[in-house]
Design a protein around this ligand. Structure first.
Ligand SMILES: [Cu+2]
Length: 271
C-alpha cells in the first residue's frame, strides 16, 4: 500500500499565517493526516487561522479528542471538509490541539489515545494530528513526571507541558523501555519546523522491574523551548514516509504507538 506523504506548506498573508496540507496525497482513501505542527510566528495568537485541504475523494471530519488540559484542546472543534475542499478554523488560545477523524480512528478512553480503525489504509497509523499554537501558558511547572504503567507498552500521559526544566519517567513495567526523538521533523532552515525537536535527547534506557526492583526512573533535561515528539524504539519504529512512530505488532497497546509529546515553552511570564 502506498503511504501518503505529508506536504505542509506555509503561506503568510499579512499577520495571518495559514498552514495548508493535504489529508491525502494522490487520492489514497483515508490516508494519514499526519502529526502536523503549526507554529504561529506572530505575537497575536488570535490571528492564527489553520486551513485543512482535503485532497481525498471522500469527506473527512476533523475533531478534537476528548482529552483536555490547561494546555491541550482549550477550544474544541469539529469540522467537516468535503472531498477536494478546504476548511478553516481560527485558533485563539495558545497550546496544543490534538485532532482526529472519528470515522477513521477511535478514541481509546482507557489509554487516552487515538487508535487507527483496523480496516483503514495505513493501519496501524491513525488519522490524527497535532497543532501547536505558540504563546504564553500560565502556571506551567519546570519539572513533571510521566510513567510507564505495568504491562503497558505506552506512556501514561501523551502530552506534557513545562517551562524549561526536566521530565522524569518511571518504568513500572517488567521490560526495559527507551526514549528517543522521532527523526525527520527538525529543520533549522524552515522556521515553523525549527521548533520541532529543536535539541536531541539521545537514546535513554529506562530499566523495568525485571532489572531494578520497583523499576527505574530517569530524568531528561529540556532546556531549549520547542515541541518534542518522542517514542520508544523497543516498541515502535519510524514510518519513513510520514515520520511517525508506528507500533510493533507485539506491543501490548497495538495499534497505538508508544509515543508522546513534551511542549517546552519559552518560560516568559504570561500576560
Ligand atoms: Cu517500550
Amino acid at each position: 500500500m502506498l503511504k501518503a506523504s505529508l506536504r505542509p506548506g506555509v503561506v503568510v498573508a499579512g499577520l495571518v499565517a495559514v498552514l495548508v496540507f493535504d489529508l491525502v496525497v494522490g487520492g489514497i482513501l483515508g490516508a494519514i493526516l499526519g502529526t502536523t505542527i503549526f507554529a504561529n510566528r506572530g505575537a497575536t495568537p488570535t490571528n492564527t487561522t489553520v486551513t485543512w485541504q482535503n485532497n481525498d475523494t471522500i469527506a473527512h471530519t476533523i475533531e478534537t479528542t476528548s482529552d483536555q488540559t490547561p494546555f491541550l484542546n482549550l477550544h474544541a472543534f469539529s469540522l467537516k471538509v468535503a472531498a477536494g475542499q478546504r476548511v478553516q478554523f481560527k485558533l485563539i488560545e495558545p497550546g496544543l490541539y490534538h485532532y482526529y477523524d472519528p470515522k477513521m480512528a477511535t478514541w481509546n478512553a482507557a489509554d487516552g489515545r487515538v487508535a487507527a480503525n483496523k480496516s483503514m489504509p495505513n493501519y496501524p497509523l491513525a488519522m490524527d494530528g497535532v497543532i501547536w499554537v505558540k504563546g504564553a501558558i500560565s502556571n506551567l511547572p519546570s519539572a513533571t513526571t510521566n510513567r510507564i504503567p505495568p504491562k503497558h507498552d505506552d506512556f501514561q500521559t501523551e502530552f506534557l507541558a513545562i517551562n524549561p526544566g526536566s521530565v522524569s519517567w518511571h518504568n513500572f513495567d517488567t521490560d526495559p523501555h527507551f526514549l528517543a526523538l522521532v527523526p525527520g521533523w527538525s529543520d533549522v532552515d524552515d522556521q515553523p519546523q525549527a521548533v520541532i525537536n529543536p535539541a536531541d535527547i539521545g537514546i535513554n534506557r529506562i530499566a523495568g522491574t525485571d532489572d531494578v526492583p520497583g523499576g527505574d526512573t530517569i530524568a531528561v533535561i529540556f532546556s531549549k523551548p520547542g515541541l518534542y515528539y518522542y517514542y520508544c524504539p523497543n516498541h515502535a519504529h519510524i514510518d519513513a514516509a510520514t515520520h511517525r512512530a508506528e507500533a510493533f505488532k507485539l506491543a501490548s497497546e497495538y495499534p497505538i504507538p508508544m509515543e508522546g509529546f513534551i511542549l517546552v515553552t519559552d518560560g516568559s511570564p504570561s500576560v
